[in-house]
Design a protein around this ligand. Sequence first.
Ligand SMILES: [Zn+2]
Length: 252
Amino acid sequence: MLLPVCARPGQDLGRPLLNVRDPSPPSFGHGRGEGSEAVSPVAMVWPCPLPVDAYVAAGREVKFPRLACPSCAGPLVLWSGYWRHVREAGRCRKIFVPRLRCAPCRVSHALLPAFVLAWRLDVAETVGAVIAGVAGGWCGVRPAAARRAVPYTTARGWVRRFRRRALELGTGFAALAVELGGDAVRPAADAGRFALAAIGAAFGAAAGLPGWLALGVWRFACSVSGGRLIAANTTSPYLMVGKRRFMPPVPP
Ligand SMILES: [Zn+2]
């Protein structure tokens, strides 16, 4: 059973919940033209613990948790899905992304596994490793990109986006860390390092809860940001103290 880590008073603890989310998540046409429905799905990310290989192998039969509609908390039903690419270790793979629909809201939601960041081809671990290396001051973009077999310009784009959002990310993840009983992280002179430290502290705190440790820090970060860790269109902070709730991973 899926239980929310942080539930509001009176909330039904047995109801599967969405990850941390913006109360008004932006809609987007996922994958720029993929799929044929007129409805733009809202992406949801579930804390998928599967290796990419296993997810790929499962194809359309991939098992995912039952989720409630983020708007009305009604049941979401499998409606359709689409195929998209992900790149891991320099290799492109095709994965099936289920699309769930809420009948009352007439909204469909693309259900992304935690290794997929919205609008990004490369898996969260790759993106995270490059960001951690560069923003953490360990290496330049070029060697970080080469090590992960991604184009230099792609890696540079990730780092730029991360730096641009670093203060917001750092603040959000630092608050999450505290809320989960973890260490307080003070803002540093370098916003990028602050954000990295805060993400690490939040993950450290979440790792004490069932299931998160196995996901690793970047799938965790992807999950709790709704896949929008380095998205361009996040206009409001999505890590909201007080209203925060997210779903622990499915036990294996
Ligand atoms: Zn709904």
